[in-house]
Every structure is written in C-alpha cells, then in structure tokens.
Ligand binder design. Structure first.
Ligand code: SF4
Length: 298
C-alpha cells in the first residue's frame, strides 16, 4: 500500500510545499541533536527498492506531467550511496518529463563523506538543491548540541556543496546558545556564513520540543532562553557581522517560530534588515510577559 510508505512523520522545508515528497529513508541516521525531536522514536532505515518504486509509480499514475519538483525525504537522504542516488535521479527525470529540480535535506557528515566528484555527479544528475541545518558556527555549541561535526567540518560541508555548483539553503537557529552563549553564537555563525556564502540563508528560532535534551536542560535551570528582544539583538549582531558577496544570498527569517519576520537579499538589504531589527528591539524591550515555547509537539 502506497500510504504505508508514509507510516512515520515526514518533514519537508516550507518551500517544498508543492513538491512530490519521495521517501528514501525513514528518520535520520544521526538522530542525536539535543534540540531536535523530528525523528525521535523513529528507527532509521533505508526504504527498500520496492518501497521507492511504489511511491514513484503512484505519483506517476496521478500526476506524471504535474511533477516539477521532488524532495527526497527523510532527514538525510544523502546518506545513501552515490550510485544508488544517481540511479534514482535518472529514473525520476525519465518518469516525470517536466521535472525541474530534485532537492534534499543533507546532514554535514553525509556531505563530508561524499567526494567533490560525487557531489558534482549528483548535481549533474539533477540534485540541484540541498537544505543544510548549520544551526551555529560556534564549535563549542556544536559539540553541546551533538551535531556530530566541528565548526571547521560544518563550514567545509557547506563549502563543498557550493563548490559542486549546487544551491545551498542554510538554516541557523536563533537562541540556540541561550542567554549565556548568544554573543558567541552570533559572531561565530556569521564567520561560518561568510566562509560558506550560501545561496539561501534562513533563521529559525529555538523552540523546546518534548523529549529533547534541550528541554530537560531548560527544565533543570541549566539553560536560559532569550527574550524576544534578546533574539532580535542576537539576530542584529549576527547580521551586522555577515559579509556576503554582492547579490548573492536570499535571506529569510519568516519561519513560524520567529517573533519578527524579515526578508531580503544580502548584502544589499543588510542596512534595511538591521534597521527593522532596531525598531523591533525598541518595541520589544519593555515586554515582560511573552509566550515561552516549550514542551512543543509537532
Ligand atoms: S541531523 Fe537534522 S534531523 Fe538529524 S537529529 Fe540533527 S537536526 Fe534532527
């Protein structure tokens, strides 16, 4: 049964709302990040060839000509061997005549495992965009959140994607370092972004999900969340230190988790974005009572 293939939660970036979600794995092979509850309780496994073929056949039956974008799920489809991904990409572009783009989440360790040549082959075969949760460029914080890579490796992973000619949508998490780590998180993340020069950059805000180590830390008073004004100050410090090549990066901070929606292109809109943040800081500074998003469920 087709729907049996979607038996555990499936996540996708907001920009893939119109895409055919093709599940290649269940869960995330890493599944250790302390803030992430996306695949908690899901045992990682690779979908069988039958499961993959069945999803493709069903999508082709219902809308062969309508499929223009395909997103490979779940958390890190890039964990699959390159040869297998190349075969799947070839089938997809054959079956869906109007397919324009295939994209996927990519964990840094998966990117690092691929050689530059493998990434180029994947891009040439139509894997055009990777979504990569950098989260922070601060090495100490990366260790704390158990991302599984050092700051240098996190940067190298992003640079490899860009060097292969793929588009890179990079996500960072505001508030991840809490009150104590906010300054370092902002500065070090800006440094990482400057080295990577991503195609797209978005800021999400930390929310504490049920069952995560981050939530336990907060409940044990070992982590202090930033206030809405504090988050804006952090975003301001981050953006002030971001140095992007002209006309290069689409910037978004309009995720549902954010208190202040922002959008523009960097570097040209940098001054405007900072001004908007200054206004928000002024408006939010006196706020003493705000909704704290903890114990969240998807
Ligand atoms: S790599 Fe991504 S999906 Fe996997 S645990 Fe970390 S944040 Fe969650």
């Amino acid at each position: 049964m087709f729907f049996d293939d979607y038996d555990t939660p499936v996540f996708r970036p907001p920009s893939e709302a119109r895409s055919f979600i093709l599940r290649l794995t269940r869960g995330c092979a890493h599944n250790q990040c302390t803030f992430c509850a996306m695949y908690k309780g899901v045992t990682f496994n690779v979908c069988t060839d039958d499961e993959i073929s069945r999803q493709i056949a069903m999508a082709a039956q219902y809308g062969k000509d309508f499929v223009r974008r395909i997103f490979l799920a779940d958390g890190d489809a890039l964990v699959l061997p390159t040869e297998k991904l190349l075969k799947i990409l070839a089938v997809l572009y054959k079956v869906f005549p109007n397919l324009q783009r295939v994209s996927s989440y990519a964990a840094p360790k998966d990117i690092l495992r691929k050689s530059p040549e493998e990434l180029i082959k994947l891009r040439e075969a139509g894997l055009k965009l990777l979504y990569y949760g950098l989260e922070t460029g601060d090495g100490e914080l990366l260790k704390e959140i158990k991302k599984g890579v050092t700051a240098e490796e996190a940067v190298e992973a992003g640079q490899k994607v860009i060097a292969a000619g793929m588009k890179l949508s990079l996500m960072v998490i505001a508030g991840l370092g809490g009150v104590k780590g906010s300054h370092r998180h902002a500065i070090e993340t800006a440094k990482a972004i400057n080295l990577i020069q991503p195609t797209m950059l978005s800021i999400l805000t930390l929310r504490l999900y049920k069952g995560t180590e981050m939530l336990a830390k907060y409940e044990n008073n070992k982590f202090e969340l930033l206030s809405p004004a504090g988050l804006c100050r952090e975003a301001r410090e981050f953006l002030s230190n971001v140095d992007i090549k002209p006309g290069h990066t689409i910037f978004r901070s309009n995720h549902v988790s954010n208190y202040v929606p922002l959008g523009g292109t960097l570097p040209q809109d940098k001054a405007k974005l900072i001004k908007e943040l200054d206004e928000s800081i002024e408006q939010l500074s006196d706020l003493t009572d705000w909704e704290v998003y903890t114990n969240m469920e998807y």
